[in-house]
Design a protein around this ligand. Sequence first.
Ligand SMILES: [Zn+2]
Length: 81
Amino acid sequence: MVPTMGPLRPILILLVLAAVWRLLSMQFKRRLPRPEQRRSAPRMGHCAHCGEFVPEEEGLHTPQGEFYCCPAHARAKPPPP
Ligand SMILES: [Zn+2]
């Protein structure tokens, strides 16, 4: 016998439903991919020769892991420190 359960029961059910709904919506949001955001902000590369920032699609990577803005700078050596 739980005498205080009577009037509280609808509120408890609402609270549980709200918690379940929040968990479900959070999981749904996390699963949604966001390709538009990635497209609008391209990854920028830092040229190892002249220091210019260019989109990584327009520059080129060397097998050594360096990034250059153009083939001419890739052929040239990085400036001495
Ligand atoms: Zn450059």
